[in-house]
Write a protein that binds this ligand. Structure first.
Ligand code: FAD
Length: 438
């Protein structure tokens, strides 16, 4: 029986276990998920899932749970933050289901996470060991030896003294944007500086994009009726955009205001050095909100201004990015593969980070079915070859969207004219939502 280790119990790690796991009766491997946090908790924000991702979740048998927890919006509207005019719209709901064979859904992240977590536990797909931080790994002839650091507190510092080393046949790094597994794997690829065993993940190959996300989640009942939403709404303005959609069966409204901190007034004092980015998640009160959003509130239309001010509590979050993948070797080497944000951090401007983690997991499951001897080079090699170009394409499109969404002056005028003329044709992306890997 082969032993597989997944580092990270986020959306990507849990999906990897489900894709590899199947039902316990016909399994010839054991899966362990090592999670560095000592308790399972997901941040309170929303997530959109296109049919490219929901199709996979439904195939895994999660349709009933999705129906219970998710919201299916009927429309997506794009509006000008300055004038309030609608620039374009796209039919979602039945139209999307008909075209792509699966729904476009919006969810609370914690709901998606707990749905996946419960599925893993209920079907005994994997053992989840909390408080286990992967610190280091080394490939061996048989597979991979992994060093862990046991953390009793999520914030506890790494200490080599508490190390324990365990051998596995394969390692899947699903350890998120600051991936330790990616850092070690990249090091093997470039053979540059010596690996610092206990260093924090600061050397991971990601950087601050310059954009901050201000997130708010509020009960729709607490909003005046004209500010409640039953669709996805995107507001585009100079150096900012706001995305809003209902979650939790439509009862809550999720809003994320993305701001280019280099261009929007009153943001220059944010000192976002690499060392404070790791733990950055800052609550804002109404006074701070008015100060930080002064520039935006002055310029935007009254409908948007009312909406921002009515939302109450916001949390600020730095948006990380990385260069798009250039080779499959960045996603797997030998007995080690990467998945989700660990493999390809991306801007959330195509709403596909979790979607790509789900697609990665599905591709891993497919390779496993072809040859269950996971850990043999050929399998992880095939997995990375089947995924890296699609992920790179999505990373590139998200980078382009940053420029388009945050355009100012002439570029903004050109964007608005294109949206008005082409509307749904521009927004409907069959290459993205129609992707099927069987
Ligand atoms: C503002 C915003 C909006 C977004 N909106 C969308 C959207 O609408 N649609 C969408 O598809 N995506 C969206 N995303 C992206 C999406 O949230 C992420 O891409 C997705 O959650 C990544 O999942 P993951 O499992 O790869 O990483 P994570 O969720 O980061 O999970 C990684 C896990 O690994 C653990 N870990 C870390 N290091 C170690 C270690 N050394 N050892 C063991 N465990 C470790 C962590 O504690 C964590 O539990 C958005 C992102 C942001 C910031």
């Amino acid at each position: 029986m082969s032993e597989i280790l997944i580092a990270g119990a986020g959306i990507g790690g849990l999906c990897a276990a489900i894709a590899l796991g199947g039902r316990s009766s016909n399994r010839n491997h054991s899966i362990t998920i090592a999670e560095k946090s000592s308790k399972i908790s997901e941040v309170g924000a929303g997530i959109q899932l296109g049919p490219n991702a929901t199709r996979i979740l439904i195939r895994w048998g999660l349709e009933a749970e999705l129906k219970e927890l998710a919201y299916e919006p009927d429309q997506l509207h794009v509006k000008s933050a300055l004038s309030g005019v609608e620039l374009a719209s796209m039919r979602l709901g039945a139209n999307f289901k008909e075209q792509y064979g699966a729904p476009y859904l919006t969810l609370h992240r914690a709901d998606l996470h707990s749905l996946l977590y419960s599925h893993v536990i209920k079907h005994e797909i994997a053992e989840i060991t909390l408080g286990h931080e992967l610190e280091y790994f080394e490939e061996t002839k048989e597979g991979v030896n992994v060093n862990f650091c046991e953390n009793s507190e999520p914030t506890q510092k790494l200490s080599i003294g508490q190390n324990k080393q365990i051998g596995y046949d394969a390692l899947i790094g699903a350890d998120g944007v600051w991936s330790r597994v990616r850092y070690i794997l990249n090091h093997a690829l470039t053979k540059t500086a010596p690996i610092q065993k206990a260093s924090p993940q600061l050397l991971a190959n990601v950087e601050f994009s310059g954009d901050l996300a201000y997130r708010s989640l509020i009960s729709q009942k607490s909003l005046p009726s004209q500010l409640r939403l039953d669709s996805v709404r995107v507001w585009l303005g100079p150096h900012m955009h706001l995305v809003q959609y209902p979650v939790r069966g439509g009862e809550w409204l999720n809003s994320v205001l993305f701001v280019d901190s280099r261009k929007i007034q009153n943001h220059s004092h944010y000192s976002l050095s690499k060392s404070n980015l790791l733990s950055w998640d800052v609550p804002l009160d109404q006074n701070q909100l008015r100060f930080f959003f002064q520039d935006i509130l002055q310029k935007c239309c009254s409908e948007l201004r009312d909406s921002i001010l009515a939302l109450g509590s916001w949390r600020a979050w730095p948006i990380m990015t990385s260069e798009p993948l250039v080779t499959h070797l960045q996603m797997a080497q030998g007995s080690v593969a990467l998945l989700g944000d660990a493999a390809h951090p991306m801007l959330p401007y195509l709403a596909q980070g979790a979607g790509m983690a789900i697609e990665d997991a599905n591709a891993l499951g497919i390779q496993y079915k072809i040859n269950p001897n996971l850990g043999a080079n050929i399998n992880l090699n095939q997995y990375s070859k089947s995924r890296w170009q699609r992920n790179a394409m999505v990373q590139k499109r998200a980078l382009l969207n940053q420029k388009v969404f945050h355009a100012d002056r002439a570029l903004a005028v050109a964007r608005n004219i294109s949206l008005k003329l082409l509307g749904e044709k521009l927004l409907k992306m069959p290459w993205l939502y129609g992707h099927i890997q069987m």
